[in-house]
Design a protein around this ligand. Structure first.
Ligand SMILES: [Zn+2]
Length: 965
């Protein structure tokens, strides 16, 4: 705590935000002499403040942008705000209704005052409040955004742009009108998708077949996913406690649950309720199976839910675990049998055979699941397993009429088609997970929407282009590529307009509003235009499609656009040139949840509208953020608003904690322990920058300097490679931890020698560390850079380049050798418990090094067989001496195999390395570390050596013999 109060993080952050703004550092203008790099990230919905989880994508994109700037690119990193759609409207309605859950979130998590909340009854007030809140947070996080290009999706010029996008797609025949089922909010009277639901649930639905069983002159319809099992129906299940209705449905008289009657209305059936009917009234009656005309009884069952399907279930006990279990439950329940006057219980009828199920399949599946009653949840799994097993492997048996012998997958469609054509069946859609709630609070349903507008993502040619784009672009990480391929194949017509919400009207049918996942797919191009709108060079009044055609596609000519839109021709040309300069998008960042929708639509729409030259070049997808290992959620109360976290911990700490805790696709675990560790690392950098600034003296290069310089080149190279692949965790680890470890070693060596002239080395070191830290922790980097005496901003400094001439493998081996030798000596001291005053080190004779190198070469070629190696050594006169000492060969093989790979390849290359020189150079270190002992280094071949215990002959290359007294 005392440490963090000593440094005023907030003052440092404010200082540098101001400095960057004053110097207009992030305002990107076309510059034909510089290569451009255009980074974008999915713009936020301003319906809540951002939390740590949102911070991940934006921080990653910002670090990427800052890195590319240091690499010398002219980087454009802009930001807009997505107001489109119903979330904001839904929220204002919940505010107006005083929704207690929402109020608690406002008060407890967002800490909003009642005055502010009161203004939220007006939707745009919500958007502009959170817009501002998010923007402040982005500035406080140090994001290097060109704010001159900011816009919202309800700006008038944006509406013109989106209208142009849609007219362009329509001209290409990619927008179709038709009737399709969609997820629907009955209160808003609007389709809903992931963005519109509480908890961001995609309202997926299944298609069921409704089979109309005859019930006297009424119809008892049952919804099923398995029409092929119709021949195996033995009875109908009704819940005695559910209230059913008798209703006229498209002129027929149906008995269904109340809930089902409502769902049928949304599916465009004309429904009129005649009267209610208790479930128990129907038990014991008979219904007739339309495919076989068999009459089957109606039985009671508690697993039947009123809101599932029609509230009635056709019972196929041989193939449906629930039905089988309910039948067993009823068979065992004499009381219920008596209550409903049931005298005889039906038996399962098996109609599908498949490998692995000899008897009644449902009974076997129940046995395997361990379920024991119809309300046992394990039946769910048993059901889906049996369903998919029979679908892929099952065959229709002899008792299925003309379908006998068919595979289940074919029979399914054939039977469905036959009964539908005969008027005995209909389709019904049902949400897969229930309930799905709209953000307005209402429970969503499936609706068949007539005359709805769809983007035809099913178009074959369009798909081919989308595949081509995905195949030729860079996708980071690579593992996600398949997911894109899959989504591109799987996408079909998608509703692109809504009846309400904020956004742009469909240009040719103005009662529709273009929805939020359709007006957010090519807006990266709009950042070029937004700058001119914000500077008032572009007024929306006179802008026509020809403006966008020319600026974004190069169609038409500038003078015509100039007169038609009442713009200076030079302005039109400037816009066109700026677009040509910055487009295409070089890198698009987003969370993984946007792969199946936004990111894929982004590809589709670009390939439909733009030439290949302007197709996006890279997509970067990141995982989400966990809080101490748990998912963040409003209900768990573990959401930390970003601005509060910055105030508490400082922006750089948050940035690093988010990026260091996981590689890109994994979920990052944000924890306060990580934060503490990072903060102390940042403090260490401040201290170093303050203690070794300015003037440097002396330029004597010693052993450890050569090593440090060489290590720096290695780390620059590795870190650069990591960042190029967006492996930020690895990069930060190198910058904060590996570099510091190396520095510790360097200081230990230099201090032991009592050196006074290490400032130049430390300055070199810090200069590299701080520059590499700059994309990740820009505030700390700027401040430390300035404390070092630099006058230019580190954000504009060059990314460190590797100086090949500073790579010195002899120096690397030298320090490695010393550290191993030191550890060996320390180990002997520990084991023998002696406190030596004199240490003698013996390095191996020259011929042994020949042996070592020869063995190493063999091992690097994959040869490790002792006999073979021995034979080879004896054949060479230079190494033939080993004949007398086969144990040495065995030991050298072991030494090599236990050395790090890096050391093995280094030693193969080494030509000018002297163990004696290295060990002698470290004499001061040994003395410092070990009891102020005197160290003397001898060669095994030195005839005048001090060797009272004849240790020298046991020396091996890179493994000196040691004698202590
Ligand atoms: Zn709603």
């Amino acid at each position: 705590m005392s440490d963090s109060t000593r440094i005023d993080w907030k003052a440092i952050e404010e200082k540098w935000i101001k400095r960057w703004e004053e110097q207009r550092l992030f305002e990107a203008e076309p510059d034909q002499n510089k290569k451009k790099y255009f980074v974008t990230v999915a713009y936020p919905y301003p319906n809540s403040p951002q939390h740590i989880g949102h911070g991940r994508t934006y921080t990653l994109a910002d670090a990427h942008a800052r890195y590319m700037r240091m690499k010398g690119y002219n980087v454009l990193f802009p930001m807009g705000f997505h107001y489109t759609g119903t979330p904001i409207l839904g929220m204002s309605r919940r505010v107006a209704a005083g929704d207690p859950e929402l109020m608690e979130i406002f008060h407890k998590i967002y800490k909003l005052s009642d005055d502010v909340i009161a203004t939220f009854a007006e939707p745009v007030k919500i958007a502009s409040y959170f817009h501002n809140e998010i923007k402040m947070g982005m500035k406080e996080m140090g994001y290097s955004i060109d704010w001159r290009r900011e816009f919202t999706t309800i700006d008038s010029m944006y509406a013109k742009f989106i209208s142009w996008q849609f007219r362009t797609l329509q001209k290409k025949g990619l927008i179709v009108q038709g009737s399709h089922p969609v997820g629907w909010c009955p209160r808003d009277q609007n389709p809903v998708s992931q963005h519109d639901t509480i908890g961001d649930v995609e309202p997926d639905f299944n298609e069921y077949t409704i089979v109309k069983f005859r019930y006297g002159d009424l119809i008892m319809p049952a919804a099923t996913l398995r029409p092929e099992t119709l021949f195996g129906v033995t009875n109908m299940w009704v819940n005695p406690d559910v209230e059913y209705v008798l209703a006229s449905v498209d002129g027929e008289k149906w008995v269904v649950s109340k809930e089902a009657a409502r769902k049928l209305e949304f599916l465009n059936h004309s429904v009129e309720i005649i009267r209610t009917k208790k479930g128990r009234e129907m038990i014991g009656d008979k219904v007739v199976n339309p495919i076989s005309n068999a009459s089957v009884p109606v039985y009671p069952a508690s697993f039947v839910k009123a809101d599932s399907g029609t509230g009635l279930v056709m019972s196929v006990p041989a193939h449906a675990p629930y039905d089988h279990q309910a039948l067993e439950d009823l068979r065992a329940d004499k009381k219920t049998q008596d209550e409903f006057g049931i005298s005889e219980i039906v038996s399962p009828v098996k109609i599908i055979e498949s490998e692995g199920y000899a008897g009644i399949p449902a009974a076997e599946a129940i046995d395997r699941s361990g379920a024991s009653s119809q309300n046992d949840e394990r039946l769910e799994k048993a059901t889906s397993e049996l369903y998919s097993h029979e679908f892929y492997k099952g065959k229709m048996m002899h008792n299925t009429g003309s379908f006998a012998g068919m595979s289940v997958s074919s029979a399914k469609n054939a039977i469905k088609q036959q009964i539908t054509l005969a008027g005995h069946a209909d389709a019904m859609y049902e949400l897969v997970t229930k309930p799905v709630r709209c953000r307005c609070g209402a429970e969503c349903v499936v609706k068949i929407l007539n005359d709805q507008w769809f983007l035809n993502y099913g178009d074959k040619h369009w798909k081919e282009l989308a595949h081509e784009c995905a195949n030729t672009m860079d996708i980071v990480p690579q593992d996600i590529r398949q997911e894109f391929e899959y989504v591109i194949d799987w996408l079909r017509e998608r509703a692109c307009a809504r009846k309400s919400g904020l956004g742009t009207k469909l240009p040719w049918d103005t009662e529709w509003i273009i929805e939020s996942l359709s007006d957010s797919v090519i807006y990266m191009a709009y950042y070029i235009i937004a700058k001119y709108v914000n500077s008032k060079l572009l007024i929306h009044d006179n802008i026509t499609d020809s403006f966008f055609d020319y600026v974004l596609l190069g169609n038409g000519d500038a003078s015509r656009v100039s007169s038609e839109c009442m713009l200076a021709e030079s302005t039109v040309e400037q816009l066109r040139n700026e677009f040509r300069y910055f487009y295409p998008v070089d890198s698009r960042h987003s969370g993984r949840d946007l792969v199946p929708n936004h990111l894929t639509f982004f590809i589709f729409n670009h390939v439909a509208i733009f030439d290949r030259d302007n197709w996006p070049r890279q997509i970067v997808v990141n995982g989400s953020v966990l809080m101490d290992g748990k998912k963040m959620s409003k209900s768990l109360g573990n959401i930390i608003p970003l601005r509060a976290a910055i105030r508490e911990n400082g922006a750089d700490t948050i940035r690093l904690a988010i990026l260091v805790s996981a590689e890109i696709l994994q979920d990052a675990d944000f924890s306060f322990d990580t934060i503490k560790g990072i903060r102390s690392k940042l403090l260490g950098i401040f201290e170093k920058a303050a203690s070794y600034p300015g003037k440097t003296s002396g330029s004597e290069i010693q052993q450890e300097d050569k090593w440090m310089l060489s290590r720096l080149q290695r780390i620059i190279s590795e870190t650069t490679t990591s960042i190029e692949r967006l492996r930020m965790r690895e990069a930060i680890h190198n910058i904060l931890y590996t570099l510091d470890q190396d520095l510790q070693w360097y200081l230990k060596r230099a201090m032991a020698k009592g050196r006074q002239n290490i400032a130049p080395m430390l300055k070199e070191f810090l200069g590299i560390q701080i520059r590499m830290l700059s994309p990740f922790a820009p505030f700390t980097a700027e401040e430390a850079w300035e404390r070092m005496g630099n006058t230019q901003l580190v954000a504009t400094a060059h990314w460190p380049a590797v100086s090949e001439e500073k790579i010195d493998i002899a120096a690397e081996e030298s320090e490695f050798f010393i550290s191993i030798l030191l550890a060996d000596v320390q180990n002997i001291v520990k084991v023998t418990k002696i406190a030596p005053t004199r240490i003698s080190v013996y390095t191996a004779a020259a011929w042994k090094l020949q042996v070592y190198k020869s063995i190493l070469a063999s091992i690097m070629q994959g040869k490790t067989n002792f006999g073979e190696i021995m034979k080879q050594l004896i054949a060479d006169p230079q190494t033939a001496k080993v004949k007398t000492d086969p144990k040495l060969v065995q030991k050298i093989i072991e030494d090599i195999l236990s050395a790090p790979l890096e050391a093995r390849s280094r030693r193969l290359e080494l030509t000018d390395f002297s163990e004696i020189a290295a060990a002698q150079d470290a004499a001061s270190l040994f003395s410092e570390e070990i009891n102020k002992a005197q160290i003397t280094v001898y060669s095994e071949e030195d005839s005048a050596k001090y060797d009272p215990k004849a240790k020298a002959k046991t020396a091996r290359p890179f493994k000196p013999a040691i004698y202590m007294e």
